[in-house]
Design a protein around this ligand. Structure first.
Ligand code: CP3
Length: 356
């Protein structure tokens, strides 16, 4: 295959700023994108979202999902577009249906109460995810040459936690308990998700993404031993499995609230870059993480809600903390729906040095 769709080609010097940082370059100004940049803080998103009967329908409608992907790029000119979809399309495509109750978050029939693994398909049904790959092709066709296109998946522990509890839970008690009571079951489930994630990410690269991010949103719920076993190990297997098929696949790993685990992500997972949450000590992360791998992050999303001095000082801090090495500007977790849109515009200008 000679054409560009098989991304993960060896990165060339020059080119998209975000890919240059992933290759280890320090740029005078960091490229910027924002986790959950397509979403409810944008009035145009809320309008588009209202045209779909459900959130999953929206994710599986290529024209709408492609439009949602592009909305924040048009408004703010971010350096990366992230595929509009959700980490929970993976259980959906393994035969555990997912719904989103309006205003309440995801709902699944907990797998442990519902026949266990025998109810799941052995392999992810990539045909069911056809609309996601069609979304990627549509976005790719319209994206500017400077903008990096990111795909993503959830890390196995995070996705398994939803599959086990059937919903978000404050401290992940259901999946943490299962890890103690029936580690064989959890191992088998995580293995299934490792395999599904490899196939899913490879297909995203083939459809046209330039890089992917793996979201371990629930890393902070694990003990240090649990982090190794249920998070870092499985993520490493995904990274290796994807690279076996897409040799130059560029991968960002976000192990939220993992504290010192952020360094382990750099050491153990094979990631090209480490996304940092907002609670990480900046001086520590610059010396212990950024010395090993490019970093991404880590402004507190609530500083963007507050605006004013919180935003100005927060941006200045992040820029000075990570300005000496390869850095992608982002928040320390997803932007929240209450964020005033003007504050996001201000944030982008501050990061780009377009205001005093
Ligand atoms: O803009 C983007 O970042 C791209 C799209 C994206 C969504 N979800 C869209 C979405 C991405 C990358 C995700 C990842 C995701 N989904 C994660 C990992 C990142 C994180 O935030 O920790 C997780 C844990 C989920 C699961 C999920 N999806 C939950 C818990 C919820 C409900 C709570 C919430 O934040 O709304 C969703 C719904 C969801 N996914 C929305 C969006 C824009 C809002 C629903 C709507 O618009 O109706």
């Amino acid at each position: 295959m000679t054409s560009s769709p098989l991304s993960g080609e060896k990165p060339s010097a020059g080119g998209k700023p975000l890919l240059r940082v992933l290759a280890g370059e320090t740029l005078p100004r960091p490229p910027i994108w924002i986790m959950r940049q397509a979403g409810r803080y944008l009035p145009e998103y809320r309008e588009l979202r209202a045209t779909a009967p459900s959130f999953m329908d929206f994710c599986y409608s290529p024209a709408k999902a492609a439009e949602a992907t592009m909305q924040p790029i048009r408004r703010f000119g971010f350096d990366a577009a992230i595929l509009f979809s959700d980490i929970l399309v993976v259980p959906d495509a393994l035969g555990q249906p997912v719904t989103f109750a309006e205003g309440e978050g995801p709902r699944l029939h907990p797998i442990t109460l519902d026949g266990g693994l025998s109810r799941l398909s052995d392999e992810i049904d990539l045909e069911r995810l056809g609309p996601v790959f069609e979304t990627i092709e549509r976005v790719k066709a319209g994206l500017g040459a400077e903008t990096t296109f990111l795909g993503f998946c959830g890390a196995p522990w995070t996705v398994a936690s939803y599959m086990i509890a059937g919903k978000g839970t404050p401290e992940l008690a259901p999946s943490r308990l299962l890890a103690y009571r029936d580690p064989e079951f959890l191992t088998a489930l995580i293995d299934r998700l490792v395999d599904a994630s490899i196939r899913y990410l490879v297909r995203q690269f083939q459809a046209g993404v330039d890089a992917v991010q793996i979201f371990e949103s629930f890393a902070g719920a694990l003990t240090p031993a649990g982090l190794e076993r249920w998070s870092l190990g499985p993520i490493r297997r995904i990274v290796d499995g994807v690279r076996a098929q897409v040799p130059h696949a560029r991968i960002i790993v976000f192990a939220r609230a993992s504290g010192p685990g952020h360094r382990l992500v750099a050491e153990r997972t094979g990631a090209n870059a480490v996304a940092l949450d907002w609670a990480v000590n900046g001086a520590w992360a610059a010396s212990q993480v950024q010395s090993l791998k490019p970093v991404q992050g880590n402004l507190d999303p609530l500083a963007v809600v507050a605006g004013g001095a919180a935003l100005e000082d927060g941006v200045r801090d992040v820029l000075s903390t990570f300005g000496g090495g390869p850095h992608i500007f982002n928040l320390g977790h997803g932007i929240v729906p209450e964020t005033p849109v003007e504050h996001v515009g201000r944030l982008v200008k501050l990061v780009r040095g377009e205001v005093a």
